[in-house]
Design a protein around this ligand. Structure first.
Ligand code: NAD
Length: 187
């Protein structure tokens, strides 16, 4: 399958690219390199520098590369910055996410996986967290809104959506080590 990985030069995205290539998929990375590193992208994988929030350019990229699925790992996720400049986070993560979903719809891409976070559960009453666990209080507005927004994007065309709620920061690997080396604390 031809997969676009947004944020593929970042920590989660770069490891995901490695796993997708290992599994035999053709991968294209879209990353604005704001916190990511070109060196973290697996050699041989095409890196397109740009923002997923640019709906027109992203739709053109999806069509040009005949993308069949999107793994959305790009985000702003620095805790301190999000508190100092929340508007930027709403604009980039929430409005940008809508632009990406609209680009996917325009290009006819029907598969979408969102890199969410276990932080949506807050402090759960019990662990391990299961599919039945209710999400708790969280300041992660994009995380709480996007999984429910994604199916809405499919009203004009059926869209398979999923949210991957990652809870680890310790994946080993060449690319993740590169990305992690300058990665301040995030949730
Ligand atoms: N690191 C973790 O352990 C962890 C845990 C749970 C959830 N997550 C989630 O996974 C996602 C990625 O986290 P990360 O730790 O890999 O962050 P990261 O900063 O390492 O990677 C994000 C990537 O997105 C890129 N990017 C940012 N805005 C962009 C834009 N508008 N257009 C294109 N590219 C853009 C950055 O340059 C960077 O390469 C986030 O949504 C985060 O909340 C991460």
């Amino acid at each position: 399958m031809r997969v676009l990985v947004t944020g593929g030069a970042g920590y989660v995205g770069s490891v995901s690219v490695e796993r997708l290539v290992e599994a035999g998929h053709d991968v294209v990375v879209l990353d604005d390199l704001s916190t990511g590193h070109a060196a973290a992208v697996l050699p041989g994988v095409r890196l397109v520098a740009g923002s997923y929030g640019d709906e027109t350019a992203t739709a053109a990229l999806l069509e040009r590369e005949r993308i069949e699925a999107i793994l959305h790992c790009a985000a702003r996720s620095l805790v301190g910055e999000s508190i100092a400049d929340p508007a930027r986070y709403y604009r980039d993560n929430v409005a940008g996410g809508i632009a990406l979903l609209d680009a996917a719809r325009r290009a006819g891409v029907g598969r979408f996986v969102f890199s969410s976070t276990a932080a949506v559960y807050g402090i759960p009453d019990a662990t391990p967290i299961t599919e039945e666990t209710h999400s708790g209080r969280s300041t992660r507005t994009a995380k709480r809104s996007e999984p429910s927004r994604a199916p809405w994007a499919g009203t004009a065309r059926p869209t398979a959506c999923a949210a991957s709620r990652c809870a680890t920061s310790t994946w080993p690997g060449r690319a993740s080590a590169t990305a992690r080396s300058t990665n301040p604390r995030r949730t």
